[in-house]
Design a protein around this ligand. Structure first.
Ligand SMILES: Nc1nc2c(c(=O)[nH]1)N[C@@H](CN(C=O)c1ccc(C(=O)N[C@@H](CCC(=O)O)C(=O)O)cc1)CN2
Length: 281
């Protein structure tokens, strides 16, 4: 293996120390950042993620509330809860864990969260602010990737970044953040012809497509930086990313692993957004 490992766990730990210090500073102004997490249904992975979010709040000295509802909660009931949290002065950040049950309109729910408390950065106002170069609250996963690149001193200005996956949560906001940092961005999707033609030209590849190990070493230019956003299970049921780590690590200059890469940064940037929302008071 020749690639340097971009250790998301270590970067997350360092960033959480900074957040903790800023939380203490806010306490001197009588402000205690608070996060409300809403979880609907019994998706086991979602349960793990929300419990890690709540634990991480405690670790940096933030207040959190976890509201868990059965899968038959109606959309109207959910909107009523969001409205109450929008008006709760002890709550600075609200997130509704995705995916939602199919019968609930995700867009309606995300737009119901006050943009000032939208610590996932998914509200149209926050997505639009990012798009027009005036970022407010930013989507946590791409925000975390930007921190990882910054921490690893990967040059972005003038670099060619290829993103594989164009979701609202990762691919699209990632493209906007990289563009704003001066990168030339290619945004690929599931219908892109000859994907490796694009990835082989990249200085930076961001894999966010949701297919286990689909980015292989032959698709990567020697020395490129590869960030793996995927969370999948391989044929043995083991957690893996969208990147075939073993073959890509032979050619890449730097690579983030799964687990221990982008995942811990997603949670850390949620804390950062909650802090930033509270600091604006
Ligand atoms: N409202 C939201 N829903 C979802 C988001 C989101 O940002 N906001 N993202 C994903 C899930 N997610 C956070 O919610 C998330 C996924 C994975 C991790 C993580 O730390 N993964 C670990 C491995 C964990 C494991 O063992 O399963 C790692 O990569 O090291 C954190 C957060 C969808 N929903």
């Amino acid at each position: 293996m020749s690639a340097t490992i971009i250790d998301g766990k270590a970067i997350a730990a360092a960033t959480q120390l900074e957040i903790k210090a800023r939380v203490s500073a806010l306490a001197t102004r009588g402000i205690h950042p608070g996060l409300a997490v809403i979880l609907i249904g019994d998706n086991p992975a979602s349960h793990v993620y929300v419990s890690n979010k709540v634990k991480s709040c405690g670790a940096v000295g933030m207040h959190s509330v976890l509201e868990q509802y059965p899968v038959d909660l109606t959309e109207a009931e959910l909107l009523t809860r969001i409205d109450a949290l929008n008006n709760d002065p002890a709550i600075h950040g609200i997130l509704v864990q995705l995916p939602l049950p199919k019968y609930i309109d995700e867009h309606a729910v995300l737009e119901a969260i006050s943009p000032e408390k939208d610590v996932d950065g998914f509200h149209l106002i926050n997505a639009g602010a990012l798009m027009t170069g005036q970022p407010r609250l930013r989507a946590c996963t791409p925000y975390g990737v930007m921190k990882m690149l910054e921490h690893s001193h990967i040059p972005l200005r003038g670099a060619h970044a290829v993103i594989v996956g164009a979701s609202n949560i990762v691919g699209k906001p990632m493209a906007m953040m990289l563009l704003q940092a001066g990168a030339t961005v290619t945004l690929c999707n599931s219908k892109t012809r000859d994907l490796s033609h694009h990835t082989r030209q990249a200085d930076i590849v961001i894999a966010a497509v949701g297919r286990a190990k689909m980015i292989t070493g032959d698709m990567i230019r020697a020395g490129a930086t590869v960030i793996d956003v995927g969370i999948n299970r391989d044929e043995h049921g083991k957690l893996c990313g969208d990147v075939d780590f073993d073959s890509v690590a032979q050619v890449a200059g730097a690579i983030s692993p799964v687990p221990g890469g982008v995942g811990p940064m997603t949670i850390t940037m949620l804390l950062m957004n909650t802090l930033e929302a509270a600091e604006k008071l």
